[in-house]
Design a protein around this ligand. Structure first.
Ligand SMILES: NC(=O)c1ccc[n+]([C@@H]2O[C@H](COP(=O)([O-])OP(=O)(O)OC[C@H]3O[C@@H](n4cnc5c(N)ncnc54)[C@H](OP(=O)(O)O)[C@@H]3O)[C@@H](O)[C@H]2O)c1
Length: 283
C-alpha cells in the first residue's frame, strides 16, 4: 500500500463541512459563506450512502427527504416521485440497481430519465449523481456501462448537474473477496484500487450537493493505493481469516481490468480515512 504521490497535496480540507458553501445561484436564502437551509430529496436515501447523506444534511439543518421503495417512491415506475420532489431545490440520486448484470443498464437508464423529467416538473435546480472513478474506461463491465449511461443522460439533461465519482467503498471489499473464494483460498487480481470509506463518500456528496452545480465531475478517493490482492490480504488478516490470497488476474469482477484505470488522477479530492484503521473497527 502507498499514498498516490500525485495526490499528496490535494488533501480535502473540510470533509463533512457544509458551512463554506458558495450558494446555489437563484436560490432564496442561499448566501455564499453561510449555512442555508433547503429541501434536498435523496433518492436511495435508505441505502449505504443515502442514509448517511440524509443524516449529515439533517444535522446541518437542511430538510433531507429519503426516497426509496420503503418510503413509497419507485424510480422505475415513477410512483411517488412527484410528491417526494415537491419543493426540492436539489435531487441527489443514490439509488442502486438490484443486479450488476445487463439489467443494470435498464435500471440506470430508466431511473435517470424518470428523475430528470420529475426534477424538471418540480423545478429542481441541481441534480447530483454518485458514479465511479474511471467508469467510462471499463466498457467490458455491464454495470460500468450502465453507470456511464446514467452520467451521459444527466450531462445531456435539462438541469444543472454535478457528478461525484468515487472509488470502491471500503464496505464493498467483503463482496469482492467473497466472490472468488473457497474454503482455503481467495483469488484476486492485482488491479490497483484506491478505496474510500462510505462515510467519506457521503460527506463529499453532501459538500457537492449543497454547493453550486459543478457542470462536471468531482473525483473522490481514499488516501492509499493498494493492489486488490494485497487489499484482500489486509482484509483477511484483520478478520483473523486464515485463507490464502492467490494473485490471479483473471479472477472476479475486475478480471482483466487494466491496472491504473480505477485510480483517480491528480485532480482527485482525497478523504482522510485509511483502510487499515477502518478495518480494525469494522471487524
Ligand atoms: N459500491 C461501490 O464501491 C461504489 C463506488 C462508487 C459509486 N457507487 C454508487 O453509489 C451509489 C449508492 O450505492 P449504495 O451502496 O449506497 O447502494 P445501496 O446501499 O444498495 O442502496 C441503494 C438504494 O437504492 C434504493 N432503490 C433500489 N431500487 C429502487 C427503486 N426502484 N426506486 C427507488 N429507490 C430504489 C434502495 O432502496 P431499498 O433500501 O428500499 O431497497 C436503497 O435506498 C450507486 O449508484 C453506486 O453505483 C458505488
Amino acid at each position: 500500500m502507498r499514498a498516490n504521490p500525485d495526490q499528496r497535496n490535494k488533501r480535502y480540507p473540510s470533509w463533512g463541512c457544509v458551512l463554506d458553501n458558495p450558494g446555489v445561484p437563484g436560490v432564496p436564502g442561499s448566501t455564499p459563506g453561510k449555512v442555508r437551509t433547503m429541501k434536498l430529496t435523496v433518492i436511495g436515501g435508505t441505502g449505504l450512502i443515502g442514509s448517511q447523506v440524509v443524516q449529515k444534511l439533517t444535522a446541518a439543518g437542511h430538510e433531507a427527504v429519503p426516497a426509496a421503495p420503503s418510503t413509497g417512491v419507485d424510480v422505475i415506475t415513477g410512483k411517488g416521485l412527484d410528491q417526494a420532489l415537491e419543493g426540492a431545490v436539489v435531487e441527489i440520486n443514490l439509488a442502486n440497481s438490484p443486479t450488476f448484470d445487463e439489467a443494470s443498464l435498464d435500471f440506470f437508464g430508466t431511473s435517470m430519465n424518470n428523475l430528470l423529467a420529475a426534477g424538471e416538473r418540480a423545478g429542481v435546480r441541481h441534480q447530483v449523481i454518485l458514479s465511479i472513478v474511471g467508469v467510462d474506461q471499463v466498457p467490458e463491465l455491464d454495470y460500468y456501462r450502465a453507470k456511464t449511461l446514467q452520467e451521459d443522460l444527466l450531462r445531456h439533461g435539462p438541469t444543472p448537474y454535478s457528478i461525484v465519482r468515487a472509488t470502491q467503498f471500503f464496505e464493498f471489499m467483503n463482496t469482492l473477496v467473497s466472490e472468488t473464494s473457497d474454503d482455503t483460498t481467495v483469488r484476486l487480481p492485482a488491479t490497483r484500487l484506491q478505496p474510500i470509506a462510505a462515510a467519506d463518500v457521503a460527506a463529499a456528496v453532501v459538500e457537492v450537493s449543497t454547493g453550486a452545480p459543478l457542470q462536471g465531475i468531482r473525483n473522490v478517493a481514499g488516501p492509499d493505493v493498494f493492489p486488490l490482492d494485497e487489499l484482500g490480504r489486509v482484509t483477511l488478516a484483520a478478520q483473523q481469516d486464515k485463507r490464502t490470497v492467490i494473485t490471479d488476474d483473471q479472477a472476479g469482477m475486475f478480471a482483466g481490468v487494466a491496472s491504473d484505470v480505477l485510480t483517480p488522477g491528480p485532480d482527485a479530492h482525497l478523504a482522510p480515512t485509511h483502510y487499515q484503521d477502518w478495518i480494525q473497527t469494522a471487524g
